[in-house]
Ligand binder design. Structure first.
Ligand code: GLV
Length: 314
């Protein structure tokens, strides 16, 4: 039996190396190179071509190569794991992914909070004018999405001395971080969030949740950090809110279209920081043991790690 990668936009070399370093006998194939489809039991995927996963008669597990599964759900022909005989779907939950997301968010928050964004602009005019030091008490950070990544970021930011609150689907507290939940409590959460971080999974309920109405409920001069998915943000609404002066800026790592097209207005906008979807990149060496563990579980009929609920869309 064998495993395959199906990820047309990614370089699989470091993944194959990391897996073979732990299991030199493992038969690893890479789509679309010729491979015996009936021998494939596990597929590692990222943005696979729709329908292709149905071509493997003995596929028992589909594993997202990241934390998100929206790229899988974009396939209308994705086999439904709740139906008997269909492959299970798992994602990667990894300490390194969690750590690097917290690190990115701490940097993005401090860059704005310590006014580096302003000084970077002033530098172009050789403008030497210290601003008043910012006040942490007046700068609550609101995190939308308090799963593994959001919960860890909340702890990191609160250890850095910020007031942090979270907003999530269900009423669950994360290690003393005040938490709001559901649509009913969204406005209260937003009214506190001077810096708003989006780390939600992209679902039908959360698509375009970052819109003009949402922005209007934030305190004046609020700052947006989007590390969820491009589909969370109504991109023209961000430009409107920035140009109206209601938002002071935004740091974006994810976009409706990636790579961000060369003529996109975000590239030129002085108040928007752009990074190319790097807030938290899967490290093949770090996740290889988890992939092999799931393969072993698959072969011995044990429950798999990090199964996803496609009804919930995460
Ligand atoms: C990255 O975006 C991921 O889902 O891991």
């Amino acid at each position: 039996m064998a495993i395959t990668f199906i990820c047309p936009q990614r370089d699989t070399t470091p993944w194959v190396k990391a897996l073979n370093a732990l299991d030199p006998q493992l038969d690893i194939r890479v789509w679309p190179h010729d491979h015996p489809k009936q021998a494939i039991e596990l597929a590692l995927t990222w943005a696979h071509p729709p329908g292709v996963l149905r071509e493997y008669p003995n596929l028992s597990c589909i594993c997202s190569m990241g934390a998100g599964i929206d790229h899988l759900l974009a396939d209308p022909l994705l086999p439904d794991p709740s139906l008997p005989g269909n492959p299970e779907i798992v994602r990667l939950v990894d300490r390194e992914l969690i750590r690097s997301m917290s690190e990115y968010l701490l940097l993005a928050v401090l860059y704005h909070f310590r006014q580096f964004d302003v000084y970077q602009t002033r530098k172009q005019h050789k403008d030497w004018h210290p601003l008043l030091p910012p006040e942490k008490e007046a700068c609550t950070i609101g995190i939308m999405g308090m799963g593994q990544l959001g919960g860890a970021a909340a702890i990191t930011l609160s250890a850095a001395g910020f007031n942090v609150c979270g907003w999530r689907n269900s009423p669950e507290k994360k290690q003393g971080i005040p938490s709001f939940h559901g649509r009913d409590q969204l406005d209260d959460f937003l009214s506190l969030s001077r810096i708003l971080i989006c780390l939600l999974p992209l679902t039908q309920k959360t698509r375009h949740i970052l819109n003009l109405d949402t922005f209007s409920k934030l305190p004046p001069n609020a700052y947006l950090i989007n590390v969820g998915r491009g589909g969370h943000l109504k991109e023209p609404d961000l430009l409107t809110a920035l140009d109206a002066g209601h938002l002071s800026g935004a740091c974006l790592d994810v976009f409706q279209t990636e790579p961000l097209p060369a003529d996109h207005p975000f590239w030129q906008h002085p108040k928007i920081m752009v990074t190319p979807h790097i807030s938290s990149q899967t490290d093949p060496i770090s996740v290889a043991p988890q992939i092999l563990e799931n393969l072993a579980r698959l072969r011995t009929g044990k429950p798999l790690l990090n199964r996803v609920n496609i009804k919930k869309e995460y």
